[in-house]
Design a protein around this ligand. Structure first.
Ligand SMILES: [Zn+2]
Length: 236
């Protein structure tokens, strides 16, 4: 196994010369990169890898996030912005403090700390959405009325005929790139109601790998629904 540093990420790779016509890359589930080269190739494997570095970095992050997501114990941690945090609950004045890998929630006796945490997350998410919405609505040249955050049962977001946007509070569990995608998706509905060819064409202008994003959203949906803390926060 050899290693290559791509923009600060250490990528393990193996070069394999085979009887093939074209060079190709495969990212293996354990996170190493397989570089298949034609036997007579004069191209340096490293040059080929660097040529595809954006794809590699994206895939590498994706695989690592899945690995983390499926590991034991994470169902008891709070998934926030695509990362898992240990949750510590204390009694006292209302407060939330976010540390490197831990979140400390404090609520007075007799008060539900999960409700407080949910409201805190909602406010944080609201700020984030506001930032992205103003960025993308001007980039995409679309206008919306207002947006709300709700605890949707089945959707990440929606767009009404009156150009009001609704977003799921569970978006707060997602990595930023997925939040951005959901925003692009809903803003696109302002001009195209249905998921037709025109819709996806428009989406792909701002998010070329939207298919990838849809797949990741499906995984996160599953994970959030199996997460004890998210369930506790959203229980009525
Ligand atoms: Zn849609």
């Amino acid at each position: 196994m050899e290693y290559l540093d791509i923009e600060g990420t250490r990528i393990p790779y193996v070069v394999d010369y085979r009887n093939v016509k074209y060079m190709r890359l495969e990212l293996k589930p354990d996170g190493h990169l397989l570089v298949v080269m034609p036997k007579k190739s004069t191209v340096k494997p490293v040059d080929f890898i660097m040529d595809k570095k954006d794809w590699i970095l994206r895939k590498f992050r994706e695989i690592n996030s899945y690995r983390e997501l499926s590991s034991n114990g994470n169902e008891n941690k709070l998934l926030l912005y695509g990362r898992f945090y240990d949750l510590e609950i204390k009694r006292g004045k209302y407060s939330v403090a976010l540390f490197e890998d831990k979140i400390v929630v404090s609520a007075p006796d007799g008060r539900n700390p999960y409700v407080y945490l949910k409201n805190w997350i909602k406010k944080e998410l609201g700020n984030e959405l506001e930032r992205y919405l103003s960025q993308y609505s001007s980039l995409m040249n679309v206008r919306f009325n207002r947006f709300l955050i709700k605890a949707h049962r089945s959707k990440w977001g929606s767009c009404s005929a009156k150009k009001n946007l609704n977003f799921n509070i569970k978006l707060a569990a997602l990595p930023e790139e997925l939040v951005e995608y959901v925003i692009i998706h809903e803003l696109t509905h302002l001009v195209e109601r249905k998921h037709n060819r025109h819709f996806w064409l428009r989406v792909s202008k701002y998010c070329p790998d939207y298919r990838e994003k849809e797949k990741m959203l499906a995984k996160y949906w599953y994970i959030i629904h199996n997460n004890r803390i998210w369930n506790k926060m959203l229980e009525k």
